[in-house]
Design a protein around this ligand. Structure first.
Ligand code: HEC
Ligand code: HEC
Ligand code: HEC
Ligand code: HEC
Ligand code: HEC
Ligand code: HEC
Ligand code: HEC
Ligand code: HEC
Length: 412
């Protein structure tokens, strides 16, 4: 063979190898590093199309623990029990995924989640029992008495469908009953394709829903010592640490998840966010929960991974005082309102008089805020967003009630 031909052949061969290499580089990692033919068929084929059209979806999946452990696109996207099937470019997928697509591999977590107020009670807070089966209601009531068996929310009803869909439901659908018979979604905290514990542990993730004047948890946290320390030291924390072996070396500053869910230093991890709560702080009058003592001991055990008993007991005894005093103030306001109804001065449906709103804001904004602030280190919320407006509204209620009574007497 003449030298020239050999040279050309070598150049062509090199170009081919380089080309193949570059082509391979451009392909998604999931496609090139497939351990099995089945995975190539599923993730590889899905990624081939979706990388072009929705790069971020495939990229986020590639970075996930799922991709590393060989969980593929179809493992989640195939129709789970009870889901509608759809032909999709040679595959059969479900177009609407639910907790039902996660439970096949995470059944224990799904069961914990089902017992929590993030499940059926979150939905019932807006829609009442509607859409839930009798079985789902009974199940939830054994863990969350009164959480599910109740009428639809009167405010939602007054505001109408679009407020419910684009407002309430965006947060409360974390516990939506799905067509496949399951409840809720896991992706509110983990996102769809990162399936990340890091994201779930970030305060801002919980703060998507836990915010605003009626449940200012994120605002309280941000101004608390814990939130300030988190802001200062986030980069030093190991937010990716596996939940089963999480320690205070990984998380030496607590986030929402640390106190309400994590199993730090061997304390059991849970998806039931009620397990460590001793009061119904969201209620107008906050009573103790049925498992008061046990729940409080559980939360204190979390605090005690970082603090000595003196500081923990001080926080609890001061916060329980705030609960007691707030209960008294709301009770007085409630009695004032009950009196107006009993004497026929206030008639008609809920939220039809200006005074209804003053009373509602008093417990729903000010009362709740002072209680939440006291337990989670938000002094400004106990005071200027809690007790002060509560005082102002108490005076307003009194003067409005007096005026209403006078007017009523005159009209007789
Ligand atoms: C041949 C290209 C192609 C392949 C292969 C493919 N898809 Fe798609 N996919 C699309 C296109 C285009 C759309 C846009 C809507 C449509 O045409 O259905 C889409 C839409 C989707 C949607 C949104 C559907 C909806 O109605 O909301 C999901 C979810 C999805 N694909 C997942 C997958 C999964 C999982 C796989 C692999 C099992 C896959 N796709 C394979 C091209 C593809
Ligand atoms: C951990 C489970 C899981 C895995 C693995 C997974 N997905 Fe998804 N995907 C979801 C969920 C949940 C949704 C939201 C579906 C819904 O809206 O009901 C979704 C939505 C989508 C959508 C629609 C996105 C949009 O915003 O319109 C596409 C496209 C998609 N997935 C493609 C893929 C592809 C391609 C892969 C593999 C590279 C993949 N998914 C792997 C859970 C998963
Ligand atoms: C086919 C089985 C399968 C399905 C379906 C599945 N997962 Fe997973 N998931 C796994 C495996 C395996 C792991 C890795 C477990 C380990 O390493 O201990 C994992 C890990 C996780 C983790 C921990 C990630 C981390 O950073 O440590 C989260 C969160 C998670 N899955 C959420 C989900 C969600 C949400 C869904 C549904 C949208 C889902 N999974 C669907 C099998 C699955
Ligand atoms: C920004 C997200 C968000 C929106 C929008 C929202 N909620 Fe909530 N809601 C929450 C959170 C978070 C809680 C939990 C508060 C707590 O426990 O301190 C809650 C608590 C409640 C509660 C008290 C808990 C219970 O089970 O009785 C009711 C009732 C309620 N919401 C009804 C509604 C209604 C009705 C709407 C719409 C008119 C609505 N919410 C809009 C996030 C939201
Ligand atoms: C998609 C919105 C949403 C996200 C995200 C969310 N929550 Fe909630 N959460 C709710 C709603 C709605 C309720 C009220 C349920 C009810 O009582 O009706 C609630 C209630 C709670 C409760 C009170 C439970 C009880 O028994 O009273 C705790 C504690 C809680 N969430 C903690 C968290 C933590 C921690 C995170 C983040 C890891 C988080 N939530 C993320 C919507 C959300
Ligand atoms: C309210 C937010 C929230 C919801 C909703 C939620 N998770 Fe989680 N999940 C978390 C947090 C926070 C962690 C990490 C706990 C910790 O710090 O160790 C976690 C951890 C996990 C892990 C890793 C557990 C382990 O031991 O390795 C899996 C798997 C998981 N979740 C799956 C699910 C599934 C499945 C659902 C739906 C049934 C779900 N999650 C719903 C917040 C949530
Ligand atoms: C240092 C630990 C700690 C941190 C961090 C923390 N919490 Fe709390 N949280 C508590 C304690 C303690 C209570 C009151 C418990 C009780 O009732 O006994 C509480 C109460 C709550 C409640 C009230 C539930 C009810 O009864 O209405 C919600 C909701 C909540 N926290 C959500 C959050 C969210 C969201 C974050 C982050 C933005 C957060 N928490 C951060 C310790 C913490
Ligand atoms: C993961 C560790 C961790 C957990 C869990 C934790 N904390 Fe803290 N806490 C800290 C750190 C760090 C500081 C900042 C201390 C400093 O100022 O040096 C702090 C500060 C405080 C402060 C302010 C102290 C002061 O005088 O300024 C109080 C009060 C407090 N925590 C109460 C609690 C309570 C109550 C719980 C449980 C509901 C709890 N903490 C859970 C780490 C933790």
């Amino acid at each position: 063979m003449p030298f020239r031909t050999v040279f050309i052949a070598v150049v062509i061969a090199f170009a081919l190898v380089l080309g193949a290499f570059l082509f391979n580089q451009a392909r998604p990692k999931v496609e090139t590093e497939q351990p099995s033919a089945a995975l190539i068929r599923a993730s590889g084929k899905c990624a081939e199309c979706h990388l072009r059209t929705q790069y971020s979806v495939v990229h986020e999946y590639e970075m996930s623990v799922h991709a590393r452990k060989g969980v593929n696109c179809l493992d989640c996207h195939q129709p789970a029990v009870g889901q509608q099937k759809k032909d999709h470019h040679g595959f059969v997928i479900s177009t609407s995924l639910t907790a039902g697509n996660c439970r096949s591999c995470h059944e224990n977590i799904y069961q914990q989640f089902l017992r929590s107020r993030h499940a059926a009670p979150a939905w019932a807070a807006v829609y009442g029992e509607k859409g839930l089966t009798a079985e789902q209601v009974n199940f939830s009531e054994t863990y969350q008495p009164g959480g599910t068996r109740r009428p639809p929310n009167p405010i939602a009803h007054l505001e109408g469908g679009s407020a419910m869909t684009s407002g309430c439901e965006q947060c409360h659908s974390v516990g939506k009953p799905n067509d496949d018979g399951t409840i809720g979604t896991c992706t509110a905290c983990h996102t769809r394709h990162t399936s990340s514990v890091r994201i779930a542990r970030l305060p801002s993730t919980c703060g998507q829903c836990h915010m605003g004047p009626d449940h200012s948890q994120i605002e309280i946290y941000e101004e608390s010592k814990h939130g300030v320390m988190f802001q200062a030291q986030e980069r030093l924390l190991n937010l990716d640490a596996p939940p089963k072996t999480l320690t205070t070396r990984d998380m030496f500053v607590p986030t929402c998840a640390t106190c309400h869910m994590s199993g730090i230093n061997g304390v059991g991890v849970t998806h039931d966010t009620s397990e460590r709560l001793s009061y119904y702080l969201a209620n107008a009058i906050s009573g103790k929960r049925p498992n008061y003592a046990e729940a409080q001991a559980r939360m204190k055990q979390v605090c005690s991974q970082c603090h000595t008993p003196a500081i923990i007991d001080r926080v609890y005894s001061q916060a329980e005082q705030v609960v007691e005093v707030t209960n008294q103030r709301v009770l007085s306001a409630q009695e004032l309102m009950d009196g107006l109804h009993k004497d026929g001065i206030l008639t008609g449906p809920a939220f039809s008089h200006p005074i209804d709103f003053v009373y509602f804001n008093l417990w729903h904004y000010d009362g709740r805020t002072s209680k939440h602030g006291a337990f989670m280190g938000g002094a400004d919320f106990v005071q200027w967003h809690g007790n002060y407006p509560m005082l102002e509204r108490t005076v307003q209620l009194d003067s409005m009630a007096t005026a209403l009574r006078r007017e009523h007497a005159r009209s007789k």
